[in-house]
Ligand binder design. Structure first.
Ligand code: ADE
Ligand code: ZN
Length: 325
C-alpha cells in the first residue's frame, strides 16, 4: 500500500504540521502550547469546533516565510513516505501575512521554493490552492481572493473555502469566487461535511465549483448523487477525517464506496493527517480492509484524481508516467 503511487487533492498545509514540529517552533519562540496536546503529544480536541480552535492555536507559531519553508519540507517528507507523487495543498493568506498581498508574496516565494526542493529530493510535486476561511467572514475572504488573483499562475492553481460550514452561506462568498475564477483559478469548496445535501447544491449553484471538499453527505439525497455523477463533479473524500470527527462511526460505514458505485468521481485524501492519526498509506489500508478494494481500484482512483488535479497539462503528463511506472 505504501509503495503504490498516490495523488492527494485535499490537504491543509497547517493541518498537516506534525505535532513535534509545532512543539519545536513553540519552544524556539518561547510560546506555551501545552494546552493543545494530550499526554502522548498528539493534538487534543473533542469535536470539530475544538479542532478548529486547536488548529488556529497551533498555526499561531508559524510566523514567517522561513517557518513555512520548514513546514513544507516536513509535510512533504511525510507525503513522500506514504507514496504520494502529487499533492495539492490548501494555503491561507489569513495565516501567511494577514492577507497583505506584499507579505503573502514573500510567504508564497518561500513555500514554492521549498516545494521545488522537495520535488528534487523526494520526488513529490506540490501545487497550492488558496483558501478563504468561512467563519472569518466574507470581507476577509475578499482580501484573500485579491491575494489569490495577484498570485494566480503556475504554482497557485486553485481557490477554495474551508472552515465552519455551519455559518453563513456560500452565496456570501460569490464575489471572492468570481474574482478567483476571473484570474484563471480552478475552484473547490468544502461542503457536505457539516452541512447536508443542500449545502452541496449551494456551492455548485452559487460558487460554480468543479470539485467539492468532502461532499460525502450528498449520499443523503440520491437525486443529488445522480446529478454529481452526471456532471462529473469530483469529491475530495477524506474518510479517516470523517471518522475521526464523528461523521461516521467506522470506515465501513463511510459512503465512499457507495458514491463510487453510483458513478461519482471520488478521490482519496487525508485533510489534516496528524490531527486525525492518518496518512495516505493508512487511508489505503483502511479502505482495502473495509471494502476489499484492490490495487486495480486504487490505481483507477489515482488516475481519476490526477485527471481532476488543477495543475497544467505538462505537469499531469509527468505525474502520469509515475502512476503508470
Ligand atoms: N480546515 C481544516 N480541516 C477542515 C475540515 N475538515 N473542514 C473544514 N475546514 C477545515
Ligand atoms: Zn478540509
Amino acid at each position: 500500500m505504501r509503495k503504490m503511487p498516490k495523488v492527494e487533492l485535499h490537504l491543509h498545509l497547517e493541518g498537516a504540521a506534525p505535532p513535534a514540529f509545532i512543539r519545536g517552533l513553540a519552544k524556539e519562540k518561547h510560546v506555551d502550547l501545552s494546552g493543545i496536546f494530550d499526554e502522548k503529544g498528539a493534538y487534543r480536541f473533542r469535536d470539530f469546533r475544538e479542532f478548529l480552535k486547536v488548529y488556529e492555536v497551533a498555526t499561531s507559531v508559524l510566523q514567517s516565510p522561513e517557518d513555512y519553508r520548514r513546514l513544507v519540507l516536513a509535510v512533504l517528507e511525510a507525503s513522500a513516505a506514504s507514496g504520494v507523487v502529487y499533492s495539492e495543498t490548501f494555503l491561507s493568506p489569513d495565516f501567511c501575512g494577514g492577507r497583505d498581498v506584499g507579505a503573502w508574496r514573500e510567504y508564497l516565494h518561500a513555500i514554492s521554493e521549498a516545494a521545488d526542493q522537495a520535488e528534487r529530493q523526494m520526488g513529490v510535486t506540490l501545487r497550492g490552492i488558496i483558501t478563504c476561511i468561512r467563519h472569518f467572514g466574507p470581507e476577509k475572504a475578499r482580501e484573500t481572493a485579491r491575494c489569490a488573483a495577484e498570485t494566480a499562475g503556475d504554482w497557485i492553481v486553485g481557490f477554495g473555502i474551508a472552515g465552519d460550514e455551519r455559518v453563513l452561506e456560500p452565496k456570501d462568498f460569490a464575489w471572492s469566487f468570481d474574482c478567483a475564477r476571473e484570474a484563471g483559478l480552478r475552484l473547490t469548496a468544502h461542503a457536505g461535511e457539516w452541512g447536508g445535501p443542500g449545502s452541496v447544491r449551494a456551492v455548485l449553484a452559487d460558487l460554480e465549483v468543479e470539485r467539492i471538499g468532502h461532499g460525502v453527505r450528498a449520499i443523503e439525497d440520491l437525486a443529488l448523487v445522480d446529478e454529481l455523477a452526471e456532471r462529473g463533479v469530483v469529491l475530495e473524500v477524506c474518510p479517516g477525517s470523517n471518522v475521526a470527527l464523528g461523521l461516521y462511526p467506522t470506515i465501513r460505514a463511510h459512503p465512499i464506496a457507495e458514491l463510487d458505485r453510483r458513478g461519482v468521481k471520488v478521490t482519496i485524501s487525508t485533510d489534516d493527517p496528524p490531527f486525525f492519526h492518518t496518512t495516505m498509506a493508512r487511508e489505503y489500508e483502511e479502505l482495502h480492509r473495509a471494502f476489499d478494494w484492490d490495487e486495480g481500484q486504487f490505481a483507477r482512483i489515482a488516475r481519476q484524481s490526477l485527471d481532476a488535479a488543477f495543475c497544467d497539462a505538462d505537469t499531469k503528463a509527468k505525474i502520469l508516467k509515475k502512476l503508470e511506472a
